[in-house]
Design a protein around this ligand. Sequence first.
Ligand SMILES: C[S@@+](CC[C@H](N)C(=O)[O-])C[C@H]1O[C@@H](n2cnc3c(N)ncnc32)[C@H](O)[C@@H]1O
Length: 414
Amino acid sequence: FTTSPNADPSTCQIPFLIPPAFQRSCAPFLSPTVDLESTPQDASNISSALIRSLPTLWSHEPYCVHSPSARTTFCVYTRTPFASGRGLSIICSREALSQVTSASAFRNPEPWTVARPAAAGKYTATPIPNKGLGNVATAAISQYEELHAETPLLLVQDTAMQHVEWDVLFGMLRVAVERLPDKSRRRFMELHGQFGGDPLYDRINTNAFNGKVGSGSESWWTVMPESSRFNHDCRPNAVYHFDPQGLTQHIHTVRPIAPGEEITVSYLIPTLTHAERHQKLKAEWGFQCDCAACNAAPWAVELSDARLSLISKLEGHLDDILSRNDASTASAELLVSLYESERLDGAMADAYVFVALEWAYVANAEKARQWADKAMAAIGALRGPWNEWYQSMAKLLVEPEGSPAWDYFARKKA
Ligand SMILES: C[S@@+](CC[C@H](N)C(=O)[O-])C[C@H]1O[C@@H](n2cnc3c(N)ncnc32)[C@H](O)[C@@H]1O
């Protein structure tokens, strides 16, 4: 047996010369529906077809392909017991794998077993005209309630998506999906595909979210089939964030929702103009936006675009601690009212932070606390309580005088 210097420590190293038939008898991971023979198998582009007689971390032998253009080897890793048996398949380079395996949910899964939120029973997947399935509220849901928490079935490193040749990538996706537990594989296959072409890639392209994993700063494609049932609205009533340590997607409401209302999230950043939203949804998501903001009358679209432009300008001023331009408590509160008029409830977190900071700069503890409290609720839903601004706002709430923002300009002059 030879061991390559950059070997994955979770595999026992046996060179690729071991015939595939023997590999299957050693680790019978493939159902007859996966035809690995159609995936390039020659020794030149498979750097390691390795056998592990006693699986450790991985439930199947990692399936690895060398990418000359990325100058690295990408593998499919699957752990079927992950998240109480939901399973997880990962496609990434060996170097990037530690981003996933260092995440708390992977190192110590017990505390991370995700509980089903109480509000999960207050909506149901329903056919929506021209949108396929969507989630519709069956009961009243309050602002900032958690609707949903879900671990991914599939994580794909963006670099792998960019560099692995299409045919090889499609083969790796087949291995990744085929190795998932039955129920999870069925859930994956029930996903909507918008674009056609390779059926697995299409499902991923239509449904994956972008996220960071563990302590890494790289981009990953994360596939969570139930989270994917939420349709897009430019002025949504729910937001999502991915916890990189808990490897869990959380979805919260951002305003009260009435029974019968569709629950939506935004697939875009909030401050795009009407034309930019249309263009991006068509180009990147393959559908014509028909939400209320997209279908508004021309005068309403013009007004909305003007508000969005003022929002960007004000945020630029408030963010500039040196020149201060139009920054003040009044302009920060104007920013909040512009967000409210736009119904951008999901994006209020930044506006609340600006107001809380402006009141702290002028040493008004009561106001700073009041806005820090609102900011925490909004950030908790939009970015999660580990977000650095959540922590700053918590400090401002508990002890405004101890915050670095407290009486900032007077202290600077002194
Ligand atoms: C992530 S999926 C959402 C769930 C999907 N409706 C289903 O049936 O599984 C994204 C796809 O849903 C549809 N969709 C989502 N939001 C939409 C909207 N506002 N208008 C039209 N179609 C939408 C598009 O087909 C899009 O490609």
